[in-house]
Structures are given as structure tokens and as C-alpha cells.
Design a protein around this ligand. Structure first.
Ligand code: AMP
Length: 425
């Protein structure tokens, strides 16, 4: 038997009802904050990710689905392509490619879609997973660098999680400084690592040489006590970065969004600058991060674009759904009416009634004239219907239909024109 590939999965009803409800709510909240949707391709030139996410990150060095796309004609070139492991790089590429900086205003863009990483699959971690993300990007003159953008994004996320019904989420905050701070921190890390790196895992030994910041992403248990003793980024922030972070925190305090500071959170992607953050939820087990994000003031320039500071986030939609399900009590989508044709020749009448109901906004399903009444009742109950509408010869002749409330057992006769209103109750 053929099965879905390791790390991928089918999303089935009734779970997909919850996915759709969450997406509808998210679109509604994002629209209120004046975000607009962007859709970028699922695969991109491999360089886009190595130049933005960074060569030495786990994502680029171990987890990408990359292939050589052969030239198929004289006019084509062979090219290394990669299934997108994240979407910020694609959005910033599109921002540059289409000159979205030209109006000189902030662009507020969001996306919903699949991402691909070859990670070890476990609960909440898949090789194809879904992210809901958004970016605010623009020239500094439009206010893109202001700490108010950071606070606005974090406030929106708090509202969004509240509105989708997630309870007891936690926000962790850090600042990873600007490029100059990172150079100084890099130097301090190299010095601190020199005497201890021999005791660390092979990955850390390599990272200590190539990109010591990524040592902080290490998940190997034995390395943790060593990492705990390494210098902290907060000691290396310059005055501007310190002030920026203080302003973000002050605004969050002012509007009442609670957070804690986690100085080890450097978020496994190289493009982050200044504010980084994660929202976690207790119902997720080991993979507790529901979403992550941060500022990326140099990303556009790293991709040959103009100066365009930005800040964004990506919600792990699979994890958001798991977290909501761990809270229990998600009502299933409800069928309001089950239309039951009774006897030969009644299918066409039932179809007509169902059509009228559906056009009037009633959620309706229907049986078949081949079914006995008992079977129609069973099907209506399985569908979770509130009412069954019986369409038999007498009903059609009288243009009045027997409607039974499946919860109370009460049955009444309802004129055709009054059916939608009656069933919507
Ligand atoms: P990142 O793009 O690494 O900053 O991740 C942002 C969010 O995406 C994380 O907080 C997770 O919720 C989610 N995420 C990342 N990788 C995976 C994965 N392999 N499977 C499921 N969700 C993921």
C-alpha cells in the first residue's frame, strides 16, 4: 500500500474544519491591522536561502530539500532549486523584485502556506508543515525601524492568539543587536569557546569556527552546561540597540502585553537583528514554540535590495491547531438540515428543496429515495444534523414538509417558503 511520505501527513475532516476556522479568524484579524496577502512560489533559487537564512544554520546546512534542475533547452540554464524552508526570504525577494519600496510607505504583507524542512519527524514537527506569517517592511523614513513596529506586531500577536481562543500562551523576548554588536559578540564567543569547544559535539566544533552564534541553537544535552556559561548577547548591545529594546519593552508594559526575557533565544536564522521573540504553549510537549519571529534590518540589502528594515513572524499552524486541540472543546461544523426523500421519484424534489435551503444559507445534506426512513434517520444523526426534512409524495402535493427536531423528537409541518427561517433557528 502506498502511504504519505515520512514527515508529511494528510489533513482530514473534522480537523480541516478547525484549520479553516483558524485561517478565517487570522485573515480577519490581519485585515483589521491593514495587512494584505502575498503568495510567493513554493520553490526558489537555492541561493536565496543560503544568503538570507545563512549557510551555517541547521535549516540551510542540513534540512533543505534541494535538487539540480537540469536545463531542458538551449535557452535554459541548469539551476539549483530548493523547496522553501521558510517564507520571509521569498517575501523580501518579491519586495525587491517588484519594487514594493517605490511608494516609500510601509508594506504590511501576510502569507499562509506550506514550508519544507528535512527534520526528524515527531509530534509538532513535520517535513511539510504550514506557516501563517506576516512582515512589515519599508524604508526607514516610513517608520520601519521604529520600536513602535515591534510593539505593534507583538500586540497584534497577543490579540490574534486570544481571538483564535488559545489560552495561557507565553511570550519570550530577546534582542540580538545589530551587525556591529554581533561582530563584538562573535569575538567574545570565539574566545570563550576556545578552551571548552573540545568537549562539545561535532556540530558545535564546526560552528565555533564558522558561526559561533549558532552554538546557542545546539540541542545536545551534554553541551548545555557549557552553553549556559557563555557570555550573553545583552552585554554586547550598543547604546542604540539597548535603547531600541528598552522602548519596545516600555510600550509592551504600557499596553499590558506580558513577556519574559530569554537571553539564550537567538532563533536559528542569521538574518535577525535586534528584537527576537517566541510564543510558547504548554500543551505542545517538547516542540513548545507556537510561533517565532524578529527584526531583520539588513535582509533586503543582503539580497541586493535597498535599505528596508523589517520585522515579521511565522506561526506554526500545525502547532497552533495541536495547542487548540489540547485545550479540548472544539465544536464540530454543524449540519442544520438533513433532507430525506421518501419513495420512488422523490430525489428530484429533495434536490430542489436542498437547493433552496443551501441558497438561503442553510447547511444541508441529503439522503436518497432508495433509503428507508429508518436509514435516513440514522444518516441524519451520524451527520450531526439538527433537523430532518421529509420529502414524500404527500408533502410535495401539499407543499408543506414534515420537519423533525432530532434532539427533542418534536415534529411539525412547515410550509415550503418558511423552511429556511425555521431551520436556521
Ligand atoms: P522558524 O521559521 O524556524 O522561525 O519557525 C517558526 C515557527 O514555525 C515555529 O515556532 C514552529 O511553530 C513552526 N515550525 C518550524 N519548523 C517546524 C516543523 N518542522 N514542523 C512544524 N512546525 C514547525
Amino acid at each position: 500500500m502506498l502511504k504519505a511520505v515520512r514527515g508529511t501527513r494528510d489533513l482530514l475532516p473534522p480537523d480541516t474544519d478547525l484549520w479553516n476556522r483558524v485561517e478565517a479568524k487570522v485573515r480577519d484579524v490581519l485585515a483589521r491591522y491593514n495587512y494584505h496577502e502575498i503568495r510567493t512560489p513554493v520553490f526558489e533559487d537555492t541561493q536565496l536561502f543560503s544568503r538570507s537564512v545563512g549557510e551555517e544554520t541547521d535549516i540551510v546546512s542540513k534540512e533543505m530539500f534541494t535538487w539540480e534542475d537540469r536545463a531542458r533547452a538551449e535557452s535554459e540554464k541548469a539551476q539549483s532549486l530548493t523547496l522553501r524552508p521558510e517564507n520571509t526570504a521569498g517575501v523580501v525577494r518579491a519586495y525587491i523584485e517588484h519594487g514594493l519600496y517605490k511608494p516609500g510607505t510601509l508594506q504590511k504583507l501576510y502569507y499562509i502556506g506550506p514550508q519544507f524542512r528535512r527534520e526528524r519527524p515527531q509530534k509538532g514537527r513535520y517535513r511539510q508543515f504550514y506557516q501563517i506569517g506576516a512582515e512589515i517592511i519599508g524604508p526607514p523614513s516610513a517608520g520601519s525601524e521604529s520600536p513602535a513596529r515591534d510593539a505593534e506586531v507583538l500586540e497584534m500577536l497577543a490579540t490574534l492568539l486570544d481571538e483564535v481562543g488559545l489560552r495561557a500562551w507565553k511570550l519570550e523576548l530577546n534582542s540580538v543587536g545589530c551587525a556591529e554588536d554581533r561582530l563584538r559578540y562573535d569575538k567574545a564567543l570565539r574566545e570563550a569557546l576556545r578552551p571548552v569547544v573540545g568537549q562539545m559535539c561535532a556540530d558545535c566544533q564546526r560552528r565555533a569556527e564558522t558561526n559561533p552564534l549558532r552554538v546557542l541553537d545546539c540541542k545536545v544535552l551534554e553541551d548545555q552546561p557549557i552553553i549556559e556559561k557563555l557570555p550573553r548577547i545583552s552585554q554586547y548591545l550598543d547604546e542604540a540597540c539597548r535603547g531600541h529594546f528598552a522602548a519596545v519593552r516600555m510600550m509592551l508594559d504600557e499596553i499590558g502585553v506580558t513577556y519574559s526575557i530569554n537571553e539564550r533565544m537567538v532563533r536559528g536564522l542569521d538574518y535577525y537583528t535586534r528584537t527576537t521573540f517566541e510564543f510558547t504553549h504548554g500543551g505542545l510537549g517538547a516542540q513548545s514554540a507556537v510561533l517565532g519571529g524578529g527584526r531583520y534590518d539588513g535582509l533586503s540589502e543582503a539580497l541586493d535590495g535597498p535599505k528596508a528594515p523589517g520585522i515579521g513572524f511565522a506561526i506554526g499552524e500545525d502547532r497552533l491547531i495541536l495547542a487548540l486541540q489540547s485545550q479540548g472543546g472544539q465544536p464540530a461544523g454543524r449540519v442544520q438540515a438533513f433532507v430525506a426523500p421518501l419513495g420512488a421519484g422523490m430525489n428530484r424534489h429533495a434536490l430542489k428543496i436542498a437547493r433552496e435551503l443551501r441558497r438561503a444559507g442553510v447547511t444541508a445534506d441529503m439522503g436518497d429515495e432508495e433509503f428507508r426512513l429508518k436509514k435516513s434517520f440514522e444518516l441524519a444523526e451520524k451527520a450531526g444534523a439538527s433537523y430532518i426534512v421529509i420529502v414524500g409524495e404527500n408533502e410535495v402535493a401539499a407543499d408543506k414538509f414534515a420537519v423533525k427536531d432530532l434532539a427533542s423528537g418534536e415534529q411539525v409541518s412547515v410550509p415550503r417558503a418558511e423552511l429556511p427561517e425555521f431551520l436556521r433557528k
